[in-house]
Design a binder for this molecule. Structure first.
Ligand code: NOJ
Ligand code: CA
Length: 476
């Protein structure tokens, strides 16, 4: 596992991080300019959501060239500079590898159609449904055949049963490793391998264990994804990556991530992200992932931010929980400032309604730009005058300083999680010499363990015996 074992990894969503050339869209030069923010937070590395050329139908997850940088973000020289600057600050760089699909504008789709999944006939060959709704099959008018797409129709699925595809993706891995990256976050890899016979998915008769879009959730995806030989595909990625870091986005409940974890350093523990702010649910999410391999995460570019999802009053305790669990923790840009989702319909750019959590990082109090750009931001800052990095720096009560303190203290935490009995509404666990307790409720609650407080999210509000409402505390 190496460096990632205790690491905090900061997720950069390049479009919304920092714009350096005033076109209103974040870019690589902007990321480089803000690296000190990430280093001063105490992160060990950053994960860059896709930076590759893309028509932007899925904001960069629809890739038309795996070996280039989108001109919107810069070029390969800017990329090399960014990696160098990150390494100078001891920050590792993870790229987003999207192995399951390409953009329909990728030259492979016209020149190497055999790299995709096709079916003939007058109707779709089976009942498979796309994650974002509708049939997973679209008819290519020119070829008179159906191609598979697990997401938008503009994102055809690659055929991982074609050895050419495996070899090409291994080349992509090596290309970026040669350029100095330290590893990858692997996008949606539960869908890499499908049933070779393309049988119908049966109706879902048991709860999946994680939230799914309504239509997609009606089926049990035993054939359209999650093929039993998935390990072969993940092993091929590992073979190309050598000992570089691989973190899987495996959208499956913990008990089904085993075959992936055989080859990966970690996989996201989505139970915690989706748990309601309720002690029992949080305990269950922690217990389900205590077996190892969990990359903890509370937010990313796909789901509402923490204050929006579980209430701003719980955001400080949520940060404490995220950053005291063992194993890597991922922090989505802006969470360290307590940023919220934009109100209103979130489908101006993303048809699946995820714009709300993708608004720019708020660096400065300026309401119009938040210091994100000198131009017109592609999405406006949500509330930069109230929440921004400049004002929070050095303010001991700010979310930013809480994150910094928690990340610094985290280095001292050691040992596995041992869940502790606690009164209703409190989730508590021990890690070696330390104990952590979080009060999820609006009333004060008994502190389940004794000890000197190292850190509280609400200093002075509670007392030795009692946690204040919404408080999280580390004692030792
Ligand atoms: C997961 C990514 O996080 C999401 O943003 C994207 O839409 C899908 N995978 C498809 O690549
Ligand atoms: Ca720009």
């Amino acid at each position: 596992m190496g460096w990632i074992e205790k690491a905090v990894i900061y997720q950069v969503y390049p479009r919304s991080f920092q714009d350096a050339n005033a076109d209103g869209i974040g870019d690589l030069a902007g990321i480089e300019r803000r690296l000190d923010h990430i280093a001063q937070l105490g992160a060990a590395g950053l994960w860059l959501s896709p930076i590759y050329p893309s028509p932007g139908v899925d904001m960069g997850y629809d890739i038309s060239d795996f070996g280039e940088v989108d001109p919107l973000f810069g070029d390969l020289h800017a990329f090399d500079r960014l990696v160098r600057s990150a390494h100078e600050r001891d920050l590792r760089v993870l790229l987003d590898l999207v192995p399951c699909h390409t953009s329909i504008e990728h030259p492979w789709f016209s020149e190497r159609p055999e790299r995709y999944v096709w079916a003939g006939g007058d109707a779709p060959p089976n009942n498979w449904v796309a994650n974002f709704g509708g049939s997973a099959w679209t008819r290519d008018a020119a070829r008179g055949r159906w191609y598979l797409h697990s997401y938008y129709p503009e994102m055809p699925d690659l055929d991982w049963r074609n050895p050419d595809v495996v070899a090409a993706m291994q080349d992509v891995v090596r290309f970026w490793l040669d350029r100095g990256v330290d590893g990858f976050r692997l996008d949606a890899i539960q869908g890499l391998m499908k049933d070779p016979e393309m049988r119908d998915d049966p109706p879902a008769t048991r709860p999946f264990g994680l939230p799914l879009p309504e239509e997609y959730g009606r089926l049990d995806h035993v054939h359209s994804a999650n093929s039993p030989d998935i390990g072969d595909a993940v092993a091929a990625l590992r073979a190309a990556a050598g000992d570089a870091t691989l973190v899987g986005e495996v959208y499956l409940p913990a008990e089904r991530r085993g075959p992936f974890l055989e080859h990966l350093d970690a996989a996201f523990a989505f139970e915690l992200l989706h748990a309601p702010w309720d002690a029992e649910a949080l305990r269950a999410a922690i217990a389900a992932n205590a077996g190892g391999g969990a990359a903890w995460v509370l937010s990313n570019h796909d789901f509402p931010r923490v204050p929006t999802r579980v209430g701003a009053e719980n955001a400080r305790a949520a940060a404490l929980l995220l950053l005291t669990l063992p194993g890597p923790a991922f922090v989505y840009q802006g969470e360290e400032l307590g940023q919220r989702d934009a109100p209103g319909p979130g489908d101006r750019y993303d048809r699946h309604g995820r714009d709300g959590c993708r608004h720019p990082v708020q660096w400065e109090p300026d309401a119009r730009t938040g210091g994100f750009t000198d131009g017109e931001p592609w999405l406006a800052p949500v509330d930069a005058p109230e929440r921004n990095a400049r004002d929070q720096t050095g303010d001991p009560g700010s979310m930013l300083e809480l994150y910094r303190d928690l990340i610094a203290l985290r280095a001292e935490l050691a040992g596995d999680v041992e869940l502790l009995d606690a009164t209703d509404g409190v989730v508590a666990f021990r890690r070696g010499a330390h104990a952590i307790a979080v009060n999820t409720r609006t009333t004060s609650a008994r502190m389940p363990v004794e000890g000197t407080a190292f850190l509280s999210t609400h200093p002075g509000d509670g007392d030795r015996e009692n946690l204040a409402p919404h408080e999280g505390r580390i004692v030792g």
